[in-house]
Design a protein around this ligand. Structure first.
Ligand code: AMP
Length: 375
């Protein structure tokens, strides 16, 4: 199947060819025709499946077909839980929308609103936003949502985890009743279903890669190691395996800073990305990692949402997450869109029970690396 089989117009297929995408991913195949036909969607899928393009492409096409009417007002709203994900989505709109005259903007907190307000004043068709800043700018009268025709709630599960439910409810009351809604979540927990039921009308359900099988493409192994030896093991592995580019996860912000400090001390270029860093510092770190001037990016889980780096070969779990699902999200940063990836985990005595839960969730025995210098 090709993108033109999905009835996508020339400007969009050309943009996809430029990105090197030839075949639609399963979520794209299953969603795009329904979205183009005006249906609501309930998509159970996580990042890494190509879900951003699955909603961005048909939204661009529908707005384009309508001659961008009405002019200069927001017709599509995409809500995302984190700044990183919002930026990522916005980059997708930039890439795919090149040949259209559809304008989009991205707004999120933690930075001055000045530039965002200026962009909004010039008129935008598509708005990508995190809930807090959106409400803030709505309350100040800079954003009206009366003309929304397309509403996307992305990573709804993470939105609820992060406590955005009341913000979301407030935003929803400002949207027109008549609209097309696309709802994406990695899980189908009861509170997610409840929210989906209030929003969606007769939705088409698309279920891609349940969390437990998402990790199939990623080669996974675990190193049992003493807590105090983890930093030595990390250096050893990076150097011995010639790892040029890796995303390293810790559970805490302090932990992330410590790992960076230890790596820098031994001459390995590393930066941390977490909630205590300013937006500017986070973007610099992420861009440095993407353009490969930074070899190792150390992240906490929340900050890592939306990190999408082409051809990321390695994810290293310096600390094992308490929630097994988090492990799947972490390792899903590699092995994206069908590429192979490697995930290594460092597990100390206190983390054994977390690791057991992970093996249970993914229903797979993870290879144990028995010969390493810090057994
Ligand atoms: P997402 O799930 O939207 O975060 O996308 C995961 C990654 O797959 C991103 O790097 C996308 O740019 C990429 N991608 C999306 N669609 C395709 C496709 N049809 N073929 C190859 N890569 C894709």
């Amino acid at each position: 199947m090709t993108f033109s089989d999905l009835q996508l117009i020339g400007t969009l297929t050309e943009a996809l060819t430029k990105k090197g995408y030839t075949t639609p991913t399963p979520i794209q195949q299953q969603s795009i025709p329904h979205i183009l036909a005006g249906k609501d969607i309930f998509g159970c899928a996580q990042t890494g499946t190509g879900k951003t393009a699955a909603f961005a492409l048909p939204i661009l096409q529908l707005i384009h077909a309508n001659g961008n009417k009405p002019k200069g007002v927001v017709k599509a709203l995409i809500l995302a839980p984190t700044r990183e994900l919002a930026l990522q989505i916005s980059e997708n709109f930039t890439a795919y929308g090149k040949g259209t005259n559809i304008k989009h903007a991205v707004i999120f907190g933690g930075v001055s609103q000045h530039a965002q307000v200026n962009t909004l004043r010039q008129g935008v068709d598509v708005l990508v936003a995190t809930p807090g800043r959106l409400l803030d700018l709505m309350n100040q009268g800079y954003i009206k949502l009366n003309d929304i025709q397309y509403f996307v709630l992305d990573e709804a599960d993470r939105m609820l985890d992060m406590g955005f439910i009341n913000d979301i409810k407030k935003i929803i009351t400002k949207l027109p009743v008549e609209k097309q809604t696309l709802f994406f979540s990695a899980t189908m927990a009861p509170d997610i279903m409840k929210l989906a039921n209030t929003l969606l009308h007769n939705p088409v359900k698309v279920n891609i890669t349940p969390v437990s099988s998402a990790a199939e493409l990623v080669k996974q192994s675990v190193y049992y190691v003493h807590k105090s030896d983890k930093r030595h093991l990390l250096k050893h592995i990076i150097e011995n395996n010639n790892i040029e580019h890796a995303l390293v996860f810790t559970r805490t912000k302090r932990g992330a800073d410590k790992v960076v400090k230890d790596l820098v001390k031994v001459g390995i270029k590393a930066e941390a990305i977490h909630g205590n860093k300013s937006q500017g510092a986070r973007e610099r770190a992420l861009n440095g990692f993407k353009n490969r001037t930074i070899r190792i990016l150390v992240a906490t889980d929340i900050a890592s949402r939306g990190i999408d780096v082409d051809k990321l070969s390695h994810v290293i779990n310096f600390e094992i997450p308490e929630q097994a699902e988090t492990y799947v999200h972490r390792i899903g940063r590699t092995g994206r869109a069908g590429e192979e990836g490697i995930a290594l985990s460092f597990c100390d005595k206190e983390e054994l029970s977390y690791f057991k839960d992970i093996s249970k969730l993914i229903n797979k025995n993870i290879e144990v690396v028995k010969s390493h210098p810090f057994v």
